[in-house]
Design a binder for this molecule. Sequence first.
Ligand code: FPP
Length: 254
Amino acid sequence: MDAAQIRDKINRNSVPRHIAIIMDGNGRWAEQQGEQRIFGHTTGVESVREVLMAAQEIGVDYLTLYAFSTENWNRPEWEVNALMDLLVNSISNEIESLNKNKVRLLAIGDLENLPEKCRAELMHAIDKTKHNTGVRLILALNYSSKWELTHAMKHIARDIAEKKLIAEEINDHLISSYLSTAPYPDPELLIRTSGEQRISNFLLWQIAYAELHFTETLWPDFKKAHFFQAIIDYQKRERRFGKTSDQIRPSQPA
Ligand code: FPP
């Protein structure tokens, strides 16, 4: 079955509004081809384009991609530099295409501590796409959940000390409002490629009720058909949010 045939099986009334993706397996893919790891990352950019187009075709509103984690700084220096160069180049090369497709670029993470060139290019692209009303492409850059939660807790503590807030007002909505994802709904679906079954410090708070989709496919091989299939699998799940099956199924007429 080709991608369009898989797409046509999707129920358009229950497409997730927000899908988050851990793009994993670039290095292994490149090694399988007898190439340097960075070849996997550059080929992975093609999968980003595919998934973005696929999201647009079926009306996904938010796509969050884990592009660089706070732990990725521990990789060899040459790989970190190559990844940063790739991000800078991809972001600047794609502005025109993002605008043509009405994609709005956004970012979450510790952006102030990105290399200056990367940060400046990112802010430029965010500004140039800010009026677009199509898919919101949220890049998680220098991001980790533990960084985000620590940052939020410090901010809450500061607001209490400055009497802008009292401890009794803290609830889950308030905590969400202090996270870098505050303007966006929580993802309903999280996809991780390459067969690893872990969350790796990504959106830990926001995926409390997300469905998880793990696939063996390596990120550079992940194309529209895989993305659509993940949504079909998601639509077969019963999302109970702590309730029983009987409570969430529409009641049968007597
Ligand atoms: C994980 O594969 C992938 C990354 C750490 C980087 C992902 C970045 C891109 C695909 C570029 C994104 C570009 C834009 C514009 C969003 P890995 O290196 O951990 O693979 P491995 O587990 O096989 O070693």
